[in-house]
Design a protein around this ligand. Structure first.
Ligand code: HEC
Ligand code: HEC
Ligand code: HEC
Ligand code: HEC
Ligand code: HEC
Ligand code: HEC
Ligand code: HEC
Length: 312
C-alpha cells in the first residue's frame, strides 16, 4: 500500500513535469553540440570500429543520455558542451583520462554575481546545510542543479504549482531514487511517504508546498533558502502555515506577497489563486462584521439579564 502510494506520487510529479510546455525556438542550436547529441541524445549510437573495419552500433548507457529538448530550454542553453567539458571529448573513443577531469563549479563563472541572485549568500547557506556538513566534498551545487536541465522557476514562472513540482522534483531526484542517493551515502534511503505519515492529505500538501518550506531557514537576502536543516528542526506544527502569519508568506509566496497585499481585505490574498489554506485567509471586513455581531449578542444578553433582575 505504502509502495503504491509512493509510486503514485512519483507518477503524479512526472506527469506534471511532462505537462510543462517545452519550447526551444529562441535558441540557435550549435552544430558542435549536434555531434555530441548524435551519440548522447539517443539510446543507441554508431561509430566506425577501426579494428573490425566496419560500422558498429552500440547501446548508450542511460545515465549518459541527455535530453536535447530540455537542454535547449535551460539557463545555460546557449552553451556548447565543450564550454564545460574538455575539448578532448570531440574525438571518439574518448580518452580514458578525461574521466578524471575536474568539472567547473558555479563559482568558476558566477563569482561576484551577487546583485540579483546573491550567489555568495547562497553559498554560505549551502555550506551550513545538512548536506554539506555531512558530505562536504561529494555534495556539490550540481547535485541539485542538473548541469544539462536546470531552469530557473521560482523567480519567473507565473504558474506557482509548476514551480512547486519543479523544486520538489529536485529533492525527490535523490530522496525518491535509491541510485542517486547512493552516490552520496551508503545508508538506507528513508522512505519519504512513511516519514511524513503524520501529515494528513500528503499528496495534496506535497503538491501545494515545497519540501524547502519545512526544511530550510528562510532568509531575507535570497529568494530561495538553501540551508536545509536536520530533521529535528523541520516544521511540524500545522499553525506555522495554517494561520494569519503563515511562514509561507516569507517563502513560497515571497514574490506575490509584496505585489498583492490585502486584495479585497483578505489577509494573505496572494495565496488564494493557487490554494485554500485553512486558517490563513481570514477577511478583514468579515472579521469586523463577526466582531460586531458578537458584541451585539453580548449586549442583548446583558440587557436581558438586567431586565430579569429588575423584574424580579
Ligand atoms: C560516437 C559517439 C560519441 C560521440 C560523438 C560523443 N560521445 Fe561522449 N561518450 C560516448 C560513449 C559511448 C561514452 C561512454 C564510454 C566512455 O566513457 O568512453 C561517452 C562518455 C562521455 C562522457 C562521460 C565520461 C565519464 O565520466 O564517464 C562525457 C562527459 C562525454 N561523453 C561528453 C561528450 C561530449 C561533450 C561530446 C561532444 C563534443 C561527446 N561526448 C561526443 C559516445 C560519444
Ligand atoms: C554548464 C556546464 C556544462 C555544459 C554546458 C554541459 N555539461 Fe555535461 N556535465 C557538466 C557537469 C558539471 C557534469 C558532472 C555532473 C555531476 O558531477 O553531477 C556533467 C556530466 C556530463 C556527462 C556524464 C553523465 C552525467 O550526467 O553525469 C555527460 C555524458 C555530459 N555531461 C555530456 C554533455 C553534453 C553532450 C553536453 C552538450 C550537449 C554537455 N554535457 C554540456 C557540465 C556541463
Ligand atoms: C562555464 C561557466 C558557468 C558555469 C560553470 C555556471 N554558469 Fe550559470 N551562467 C553562466 C553564463 C555565461 C550565464 C548567462 C547565460 C545567458 O544569458 O545565456 C549563466 C546564467 C545563469 C543563470 C541565470 C539564467 C537567467 O535566465 O537569468 C543562473 C540562475 C545560473 N547561471 C546559475 C548557475 C548555477 C546554480 C551554476 C552551478 C550549479 C552555474 N550557473 C554554473 C555561466 C556559468
Ligand atoms: C539541496 C538542493 C540544492 C543545492 C545543493 C543547491 N541548490 Fe540552488 N536551488 C535549489 C532549489 C530547489 C532552487 C529553486 C529553483 C527554482 O525554482 O528556480 C534553487 C535556486 C537557486 C538559484 C536561483 C535563485 C533565485 O533567486 O532565483 C541560484 C542562483 C542557486 N540556486 C545557486 C546555487 C548554488 C551556487 C549552489 C551551491 C553553492 C546551490 N544553488 C546549491 C536547490 C539547491
Ligand atoms: C509540512 C512540512 C514538511 C514538508 C512539506 C516536507 N517535510 Fe520532510 N519532514 C518534516 C518533518 C517534521 C520531519 C521529521 C519527521 C520525524 O522526525 O519523524 C521530516 C523528515 C524528513 C526527512 C528525514 C527522514 C529521516 O527520518 O531520516 C527527509 C529526508 C525529508 N523530510 C525530506 C523531505 C522531502 C524530500 C520533502 C518534499 C517532497 C519533504 N521532506 C517535505 C516536515 C516536512
Ligand atoms: C544528491 C542527492 C540529494 C538531493 C538532491 C537532496 N538530498 Fe537531502 N539528503 C541526501 C542524503 C544522502 C542525506 C543523508 C545525509 C546523512 O545523514 O548522511 C540527506 C538528508 C536530508 C535530510 C535529513 C537530515 C537529517 O536530519 O537526517 C533532509 C531533511 C533533507 N535531506 C532534505 C532535502 C531537501 C529539502 C532537498 C531539496 C531541496 C534535498 N534534501 C535534496 C541526499 C540528497
Ligand atoms: C508548510 C505549510 C503547511 C503545514 C506545516 C501544514 N499545512 Fe496543511 N495545507 C497547506 C497548504 C498550502 C494547503 C492548501 C492545499 C490546497 O489548496 O489543496 C493545506 C491544506 C490542508 C488541508 C486541506 C486539504 C485538502 O486537500 O483540501 C488540511 C486538512 C490540512 N492542510 C491540515 C494540516 C494539518 C493537520 C497540519 C499539521 C499536521 C498541516 N496541514 C500542516 C500548508 C501546510
Amino acid at each position: 500500500m505504502k509502495k503504491l502510494l509512493f509510486i503514485n506520487l512519483i507518477v503524479l510529479f512526472s506527469t506534471f513535469l511532462i505537462a510543462q510546455e517545452i519550447t526551444d525556438e529562441s535558441v540557435e542550436h550549435s552544430p558542435e553540440n549536434s555531434k555530441c547529441f548524435y551519440c548522447h541524445g539517443n539510446p543507441t549510437y554508431s561509430f566506425y570500429n577501426e579494428i573490425l573495419e566496419r560500422n558498429v552500433t552500440n547501446r548508450m548507457n542511460p545515465y549518459l543520455i541527455i535530453d536535447s529538448a530540455l537542454y535547449y530550454y535551460q539557463n545555460h542553453s546557449s552553451f556548447e558542451c565543450i564550454d564545460c567539458h574538455s575539448y578532448g571529448f570531440k574525438t571518439f573513443p574518448h580518452d580514458n583520462e578525461l574521466q578524471m577531469e575536474a568539472m567547473p563549479g558555479c563559482f568558476d563563472c558566477h563569482e561576484g554575481d551577487d546583485e540579483v541572485y546573491n550567489f555568495a549568500k547562497i553559498d554560505q547557506q549551502f555550506q551550513e546545510s545538512v548536506h554539506s556538513t555531512k558530505h562536504s566534498q561529494d555534495f556539490t551545487c550540481w547535485m541539485c542543479h542538473n548541469p544539462h536541465t536546470y531552469k530557473i522557476n521560482a523567480r519567473n514562472n507565473q504558474n506557482l504549482l509548476e514551480t512547486i513540482v519543479y523544486d520538489n522534483n529536485i529533492c525527490l531526484s535523490c530522496h525518491a531514487d535509491i541510485n542517486k542517493y547512493q552516490l552520496i551515502s551508503s545508508d538506507k534511503n528513508p522512505n519519504i511517504i512513511e516519514k511524513h505519515d503524520w501529515l494528513p492529505n500528503q499528496i495534496s500538501h506535497f503538491a501545494h508546498v515545497r519540501c524547502i518550506e519545512c526544511h530550510t531557514d528562510t532568509s531575507n537576502n535570497i529568494l530561495v533558502a538553501h540551508k536545509v536543516q536536520t530533521k529535528d528542526k523541520a516544521v511540524r506544527k500545522c499553525v506555522e502555515c495554517h494561520s494569519q502569519n503563515s511562514i509561507l508568506m516569507s517563502s513560497l509566496y515571497k514574490f506575490q506577497a509584496i505585489e498583492k497585499r490585502n486584495k479585497y481585505g483578505f489577509f494573505n490574498a496572494s495565496t488564494l489563486d493557487d490554494s485554500y489554506i485553512i486558517g490563513a485567509n481570514r477577511n478583514y471586513y468579515l472579521n469586523v462584521l463577526s466582531g460586531l455581531i458578537f458584541g451585539f449578542v453580548l449586549l442583548l444578553i446583558f440587557i436581558h439579564a438586567v431586565l430579569r433582575i429588575f423584574i424580579k
